[in-house]
Write a protein that binds this ligand. Structure first.
Ligand SMILES: C[S@@+](CC[C@H](N)C(=O)[O-])C[C@H]1O[C@@H](n2cnc3c(N)ncnc32)[C@H](O)[C@@H]1O
Length: 337
C-alpha cells in the first residue's frame, strides 16, 4: 500500500472527526477487546461471542479500528493487535486501558460540548452541564468512581518509572501521597525504597479501594491509608508530600488552600513534590495543552507554566527549589519559604 500524506482539508477533517476514533477506542476498551486478543488473532464472531455483542455490528467497529491501525484485519474477518493497540491491554506495563475505558464515559463525554460555554464565560463545563462538580458527581456513583480511579492508576503506572529515575525518594523517612488515588505511585515509591514509610491520603471512598493493591505489592506493612479532605487537613509531620496530578484539578485559589494545608503539616526541612505536566513554550507541548482543556472541562483546573507554579507556591508560603524532568511530567520540588 502506498501511504501518501493527506491534503490539509482531509487532515483537518480527520481531526474534527477525532471524537469518532476516541469513542470507538473507548468502546473497544470497555469491551476488553485488546485483552481478548492478547494471545493472538480471533475472528469478529469469536470476539462478539466473548463480549456478548451484536456480531455484524462489532465487525463494523473492529474494521474501523483496523483502518486507523489500532487493530489489523486478516482474512475471514479475523483481527489481531497492532503495536499501537498493545497498550490497550490491561496487564502491560504501559497500559492505557483504564484511561480509554474512562474518557468516553457518557457523563464525562457530555461535559465536552460545554467547552464553548467555558470559552465564552471562563466557567467550568462539567458544572454547567451537570449542575455539580466532578468529585461530588463521582462520590455518589461508586461505579464511576471506580472507573476513574482505575484510569488514574493506569496513567500513574505509565509515568512511575521515569519519576523514580528522576527523583531520589530514598532520602525521606515518611512520604504522604496527597490525593494519591488507589496508591499506584506510592506503591512504586515504597517498593523501590525499602527504608521509606508511606501514607496514602485521599477521599474516604477512594482510599477504601486501595488496600488490595498495597497488599499485593507487599508494602502494606510500611503504608497506611487515611481518608479525608485536603482542604481541611492532611497527615502531619512527614518529610515529603507528593501531589501528583492533583494541583492541575483546581483553580489558583483552591490550589493555594491545598498547598497551605500541606505546608502547615510539613516537617521542618521537608519537601512538597508537585508532579504535573508543565506548559511548554508556544507551538509545543500538545499533551499538556490539551490536558489543560480537559481540566477546564472536567474538574475546573488548569495546567501551568513553571512561572505560574512558582507564584502558586509563593502564595502558599512555599518556595520553588527546583524543577526536574521526569518523562512527560515534571517534579516541582518546594520547601517552606
Ligand atoms: C486526578 S486524581 C490523581 C490521583 C493520583 N494522584 C494519580 O496521580 O493517579 C486527583 C485525586 O484527588 C482526590 N481528591 C479530590 N478532592 C479531594 C479532597 N477534597 N480531599 C482529598 N482528595 C481529593 C481524588 O479522589 C483523586 O484521587
Amino acid at each position: 500500500m502506498i501511504h501518501k500524506d493527506p491534503d490539509p482539508a482531509t487532515t483537518i477533517r480527520r481531526m474534527v472527526d477525532g471524537y469518532q476514533v476516541s469513542q470507538a477506542i473507548h468502546v473497544a476498551a470497555t469491551l476488553g477487546i485488546a485483552d481478548l486478543l492478547a494471545d493472538g488473532s480471533r475472528t469478529s464472531d469469536e470476539l462478539a461471542a466473548a463480549t456478548g455483542t451484536h456480531p455484524a455490528t462489532l465487525y463494523r467497529l473492529l474494521r474501523a479500528l483496523a483502518s486507523v491501525e489500532v487493530l489489523h484485519e486478516l482474512d475471514g474477518q479475523r483481527f489481531e493487535l497492532t503495536p499501537l493497540g498493545q497498550p490497550l491491554r490491561s496487564e502491560v506495563p504501559d497500559s492505557i486501558a483504564g484511561w480509554a475505558a474512562f474518557i468516553g464515559r457518557p457523563y464525562y463525554w457530555q461535559a465536552w460540548p460545554g467547552l464553548l460555554h467555558s470559552v465564552c464565560t471562563g466557567e467550568n463545563a462539567f458544572q454547567h452541564v451537570h449542575g455539580t462538580d466532578v468529585w461530588t458527581y463521582r462520590s455518589t456513583r461508586p461505579d464511576e468512581s471506580a472507573v476513574f480511579d482505575r484510569a488514574m492508576t493506569s496513567l500513574s503506572r505509565r509515568s512511575n518509572a521515569a519519576l523514580l529515575a528522576a527523583y531520589d525518594f530514598g532520602r525521606f523517612r515518611t512520604v504522604v501521597d496527597v490525593g494519591g488515588g488507589n496508591g499506584a505511585l506510592l506503591v512504586a515509591v515504597l517498593a523501590a525504597n525499602p527504608g521509606v514509610q508511606g501514607v496514602l491520603f485521599d477521599q474516604p471512598h477512594v482510599v477504601s479501594g486501595a488496600a488490595s493493591l498495597l497488599e499485593r505489592a507487599g508494602v502494606a506493612n510500611r503504608c497506611h491509608t487515611v481518608g479525608g479532605d485536603f482542604f481541611e487537613s492532611v497527615p502531619e509531620d512527614a518529610d515529603a508530600y507528593i501531589l501528583r496530578a492533583v494541583i492541575h484539578d483546581w483553580d489558583d485559589d483552591a490550589s493555594i488552600r491545598i498547598l497551605t494545608v500541606v505546608r502547615r503539616a510539613l516537617a521542618e526541612d521537608g519537601r512538597v513534590l508537585i508532579v504535573e505536566r508543565v506548559i511548554a513554550p508556544a507551538n509545543e507541548g500538545r499533551d499538556a495543552k490539551f490536558s489543560d482543556l480537559n481540566m477546564l472541562v472536567g474538574p475546573s483546573g488548569r495546567e501551568r507554566t513553571r512561572e505560574e507554579f512558582a507564584e502558586l507556591l509563593e502564595a502558599s508560603g512555599l518556595r520553588l527549589a527546583r524543577v526536574l524532568d521526569a518523562g512527560s511530567f515534571c517534579v516541582i520540588e518546594a520547601a517552606s519559604a
